[in-house]
Every structure is written in C-alpha cells, then in structure tokens.
Design a protein around this ligand. Structure first.
Ligand SMILES: [Zn+2]
Length: 138
C-alpha cells in the first residue's frame, strides 16, 4: 500500500528530525500555512509516548509562535484530523479576518475572494527554516 506522507515530504521542507518534520503548504490565498507531520505511522496523539507527544506539541507551538512573530496573523488555527492518512499531523494555519474563509475553517464555506498575500512565500519559507533550525536543534 502506498502512503503519500511516506512517499513525499508533503510541502516545502522547513525542518526535520528523525521523528517529525515541518512543511510549508502552498495553499493559494493563505500565507503561512504549515504542517507538523509525524514521520511514522501513528494514528492518534495518545498512541505516542509522553515524551514524543510533548516533542510534537513543542514543535507545533514553536511554529505557531514563529508565524505570529513573522506575519502577525489575526488568529492561528490548529487542527489535527488525520482521517485520510495514518500519520499524526497538525495543521498550523495563519488566519486573517479578510481571508477567503474567515471566520469559517479554511475547509468551510468560502466567504469572499482570496486575500492579498501577507508575505513573499520564498522569503517566508527561508525565515521559517532559519528560525526553526535555531529554536528546535538544541
Ligand atoms: Zn505513511
């Protein structure tokens, strides 16, 4: 059986260690959409050891804090669904009041046209890579 998240990184790689990785998701209309992906097949957060679960959430909160610092969103959305893949993963999504779906989830009903980008994607990716390396490689 093939698995998309084993076969592919799942976005632009921002940071990784043997247990998990952070990718930047190229979603039109959304600047600052990241995913934290557990590298092996673990379906539920409660399947992780306490230490692994703590590490996973530390990475999620580090990404959240960085997005707030770098692009000052109106809101951060954190979501863990995992209905299509056996990898625990967290969506960390920068939201703005004028984005296409606000205040709905980004998977909800569209409210308006796409907002203008808040940052240049390549520059934001480079900043995220640099800061995640500093904050998580210790
Ligand atoms: Zn897999």
């Amino acid at each position: 059986m093939t698995c998309d998240l084993c076969d592919e990184i799942g976005g632009a790689l921002l940071w990784q260690d043997p247990r998990l990785r952070v990718v930047y998701v190229d979603e039109p209309g959304y600047t600052g959409y990241c995913r934290v992906i557990w590298n092996t097949h673990v379906a539920e957060m409660t399947d992780l050891t306490d230490a692994d679960r703590a590490r996973c959430m530390h990475v999620v909160f580090t990404v959240e804090a960085l997005l707030r610092e770098l692009i000052a969103p109106d809101k951060i959305n954190l979501a863990s669904l995992g209905n299509f893949t056996p990898h625990v993963h967290w969506h960390v999504i920068a939201r703005y009041r004028d984005d296409a779906h606000f205040p709905q989830a980004i998977w909800g009903r569209r409210q308006r046209a796409d907002a203008a980008p808040r940052a240049q994607t390549a520059a934001l990716i480079a900043q995220l890579q640099q800061h995640l390396r500093v904050r998580l490689n210790q």
